[in-house]
Design a binder for this molecule. Sequence first.
Ligand code: FAD
Length: 422
Amino acid sequence: MDFSLTPEQVELQGVARRFAYTELWPAAQELDKAARPRDAFPADLVKRASELGLRTLKLPREYGGRGIDAVTEALVLEEIAVGDCGFAMTLAHAWREGNLIARWGTRDQRERFLPELASDPGYLTSLAMTEPHAGSDNGLPYDGDLGAGPRTSAVLDGDHWVINGTKRFITNGNVARLIVLWARTDPGKPWTRGTSGFLVPADAPGLRVGRTEDKSGLRLNQNVELIFDDCRIPKENLIGELHHAHALSEEAMIGSKTKEAVRALGVARSAYELAGQWATERIQGGSPLIQHEAIAARMAQVLQELETARTLIWRAAWSVDHDPERARPLEDMAMLYTSEMGIRVAAQCLRIFGARGSLRDWPMEKLMRDASTIMLPPIGNEASWARVGNFVARHPEPAPLHGPRDPGPRDPGLRLPFTPPE
Ligand SMILES: Cc1cc2nc3c(=O)[nH]c(=O)nc-3n(C[C@H](O)[C@H](O)[C@H](O)COP(=O)(O)OP(=O)(O)OC[C@H]3O[C@@H](n4cnc5c(N)ncnc54)[C@H](O)[C@@H]3O)c2cc1C
C-alpha cells in the first residue's frame, strides 16, 4: 500500500491550494453575504479556475483535459473545498457531466458538446434528477410505485423529444450551458426501467429557470428550479440507451458521493485551520488557548476526525477506479461519515472562537452553515444509511469489504464460532 502522491498529483494539489487560499477564500467570504442568492455566483472565479486548468481536469486528454483519476479528483477538490465548498460543487459538476458525455455519449454528442465545454472558460453543466415529489427515490431507488422517481416526461415527436415537467434544487441550473436531464420515457413502467437521459442545451426552446433557492449554506453554489414547457431538443440528444437512465446513472454517478464527502472534508479542514490559528493567538488564563490541555485535546480529536475521513475517502476514491462494486458502499460510508463529521468538527471549532464564533463578519458561522447544507445532497443521509444497510444484508459473509475480491468458495471454518445460546 502506497500513499505517496505522484508528481502530477502534487502539482495539481499545489495549483488548487494556491487558488483556494489566495483567490477563492477571500472572494467567497464576501459573496456569501450577498442577500440575493443569484448575486453570490462567482462567474469570474469560474473563468479563473478555467485559466488554471481546474474546470476541465477530469475531461480526457484528447478533449483538452487531464483525464485525472478519482484519487486525484479527491486531492484537488479537497483544496478547492477548503476555499469554498459551494464553489467546489459548482466545478465538480463540470467534471462529472463532461466525463459522462466523454464516456457514454455518442461520437456525434462528444463532437457537438465537448470542444465547447473544453474551450469556453465559463462553460458549466448541470445534472437534473430531483423533482418536487422525488428526491431520495432517485438514489435508493424506490420502484414500488409508478409515481416514484422522475415524472418529467419526454415524448418523441418526429425528429424531436418534447419535454414537460419541473426539476428542483438543480445545481448550476441558471448558469449552465448544458443540462443532463433524467426524464420519463415510459410512464407505464417503474422509473428504473422507464426513464432516459437527455442532453438539453440551456437555450433550448421551452426551457426556463424558475426560483433560485435561498439556501443557508453553500451560497456560491446556485440551486434552481428548471421548468420544461414543451421544451424541444433533437432526437439525437438522448444519451445512453432508451429507458436506461437508471443503469446509466449507476455507472456515471460512481465517484459522486466521494466528492460530496471531499467537500465536507474541505469545510472541516477550514474550520480546523482557523481554530488552530485562533487558539495560538488568543490568550486566556495567561497563555494561548492551545496551551490549555482541554483545547489541545479538542484540536487533537478534530485532527483525528479529519485523518479518518480522508483515509476513508481515499479508499473509496481508489475503489471507484479499481474495484467499482466495493466503491458503492465505501462511497456511501465516506459520505455519511464525513458529512456528519463536518458538522461535529465545525461545531467543535466554533466553540474555540467563543462569542466570535457566531459573528457574521467572522468566518466560523459560514462554515457551520456550509457543513449543515452539505449533508443533504445527493440523497438524504438516512436514505444513504438504507443503501449501506441493503449492502450489508446482501453480504452476510465476514468482512465483505476486506480481503480478496473473489476469495472462491467460502470456508465455513473462517466464521467466528458462535452458536446462539438457547
Ligand atoms: C446543495 C444541494 C445541491 C443539490 N443539487 C442537485 C442537483 O444538481 N441535481 C439534482 O437532481 N438534485 C440536487 N439536489 C437535490 C438533492 O438530490 C435532494 O435534496 C436529495 O435527493 C434528497 O431529496 P429531498 O430533499 O426531496 O428529501 P427526501 O427524499 O424527501 O428525504 C427527506 C428525508 O427522508 C429520508 N428518506 C427518504 N427516503 C427514505 C427511505 N426510503 N428510507 C429512509 N430514509 C429516507 C432522507 O434521508 C431525508 O433525511 C441538491 C440538493 C442540495 C441541498
